[in-house]
Structure formats: structure tokens, C-alpha cells
Design a protein. Structure first.
Length: 179
């Protein structure tokens, strides 16, 4: 689904020093012409938004940008709603709790652990495919990992790696056969 944003202004002169465009549900930003009322024109050029986010903050909240870095080295964390092409990495050494305080139903494709004793708490996660790539949880460290936030699987998911993972299952309703 394409979404357009219409900006209206009552001024006769508009100077754009910086334009940041975000395509919802996608990591790519396409070129788009911009024109003001006086006939001035410009172009928003194509670029990429980060899709791989690396936790560097120790204990803390996901909403704090300084707790993350990304593959583009632009700093900052994921968008509040996530994305189908998002991969999150919790490889920072130590033992800590990372609290997901972004949007409930945060969309992602991969959750990766490697070395730290991590506990994830907070709002729910929605695992979905990224094209043909099924969602994954990968744990490649000796320290225990606990996922203590609700998880929704939109499709089949792969759990892999060499380390222990404890997933706290959440039941939205009665268990089948329960009275």
C-alpha cells in the first residue's frame, strides 16, 4: 500500500533545509518531486533506512535511541512499529534486561542473541516473513536468554543456535479442554 503525505502551508515562501522521508512498512525511500506554490522545485532522493539494529545499552528501554546502533552507523534505534525486514541483535556483553516500550505488536523478522544473558520484557512482538525469509530467533551464546514479552507468529518460525532460550508463552484465552 502506498501512502502519501500532503503538507499544506499558508506561507508564500518555504525553504527546506532538510527533508527526511520515511516509507511506512519499507526500508527504502524512493525519489519524489516536491514543488512549492511559487513554482520552486526540488527532489527527495532515494536512500535507505536501517533494518539491522544492535543493542549497545545494557539495561534499558528500547525507546532510548542511544541504546542502539545500526548497520548504517547513523545511530538511533528502530521505528516504533518495526518493519518486516527488521533484525534485532542483542550481543552486547553482560547480563541485562532490555525493555520493549515501543509499539505493542512491534513487527520484526529476526531476533538474534550472542553471548549476553539477556531478558526481554515489555510490549508484544509480531514475527513475520520478509519476502521468502521466514522469521527467526537465533541464540549463539552460552548465556541464558529469556523472552518474557508476548510473541505473535504470523507464519512459521525457526529457532536455532547453540545456546539456551527460555520463551515465556502467553495464552490469550483458555487452553483447549480447559473448564
Amino acid at each position: 500500500m502506498n501512502r502519501s503525505i500532503l503538507l499544506r502551508t499558508s506561507c508564500s515562501f518555504l525553504s527546506l533545509l532538510s527533508v527526511t522521508a520515511i516509507a511506512f512498512g519499507s526500508s527504502s525511500v524512493k525519489a519524489a518531486p516536491i514543488v512549492d506554490n511559487d513554482g520552486g522545485a526540488g527532489t527527495v532522493t532515494e536512500g535507505s533506512l536501517p533494518t539491522a539494529f544492535y543493542w549497545i545499552g545494557g539495561a534499558g528501554n528500547w525507546s532510548i535511541a542511544s541504546n542502539w546502533t545500526n548497520e548504517l552507523a547513523t545511530g538511533g534505534g528502530p521505528l516504533p512499529g518495526g518493519g518486516t525486514d527488521y533484525s534485532l541483535y542483542f550481543n552486547a556483553p553482560g547480563a541485562y534486561t532490555a525493555t520493549h516500550d515501543l509499539d505493542a505488536g512491534f513487527v520484526l523478522n529476526q531476533l538474534n542473541f550472542g553471548g549476553a544473558a539477556v531478558t526481554l520484557t515489555g510490549n508484544g512482538l509480531l514475527f513475520t516473513n520478509n519476502g521468502a525469509s521466514l522469521p527467526q530467533v537465533n541464540q549463539n551464546g552460552a548465556s541464558a536468554v529469556a523472552i518474557s514479552c508476548p510473541m505473535t507468529l504470523a507464519t512459521n518460525m525457526t529457532l536455532s543456535g547453540t545456546g539456551p532460550v527460555l520463551i515465556h508463552l502467553w495464552q490469550a484465552g483458555p487452553v483447549v479442554g480447559e473448564q
